[in-house]
Design a protein around this ligand. Sequence first.
Ligand SMILES: Cc1cc2nc3c(=O)[nH]c(=O)nc-3n(C[C@H](O)[C@H](O)[C@H](O)COP(=O)(O)O)c2cc1C
Length: 175
Amino acid sequence: MLVRTGGPLAAVDPSEFTRTMARVPTPVTVVTTVDAAGRPWGFTASSFSSLSMDPPLVLVCPAKTASCHPAFVAADRFLVNVLSATQSDIAGRFARSGQDKFGDGDMVPSEEGLPGLAGAVARIACTLREVLDGGDHSILVGHVTSASVSGLDPLVYHDRRFTRPEPTPSLTTAG
Ligand SMILES: Cc1cc2nc3c(=O)[nH]c(=O)nc-3n(C[C@H](O)[C@H](O)[C@H](O)COP(=O)(O)O)c2cc1C
């Protein structure tokens, strides 16, 4: 297997990198798990992506400095809640460290008994297949065990703001 770990390449200016990535629109998810003691953990994540169709894999990347990081890398399963356009307050809450993130009662036991959001665009339940190194983040590779969607509009993060997509009729695709 060929693995490129990076060599002595020219490095991009960090502020240019973050300014550029801020222009890239992303989904907004809240990823949850429950640790061995039964304590729920969750964090807001835009690093969520589909990875493979066969087998069905997704990935999400928690920072190694996040307080939830030990719980996620030790988890046997996690649940990705893809937030809908009206859920920016939930995204804000799950992005603040040291808060009681689960006190509001909007998270209910869902797939695999993990905390889930009724008003989400999608919920994707996974078993943790692999944890890869991703610099200052870890890459959680999840094997998808169930996936469900609602008809709600998604929340989008773009230019450091929460927004929602505005469909352009001439550009919509069939199916
Ligand atoms: C829109 C948005 C997307 C984010 N995406 C990620 C992400 O993909 N990975 C990550 O580690 N933190 C991400 N964060 C920051 C975490 O949600 C935040 O640091 C969180 O509090 C970390 O969890 P902790 O409370 O357990 O420390 C994001 C924050 C926002 C507002």
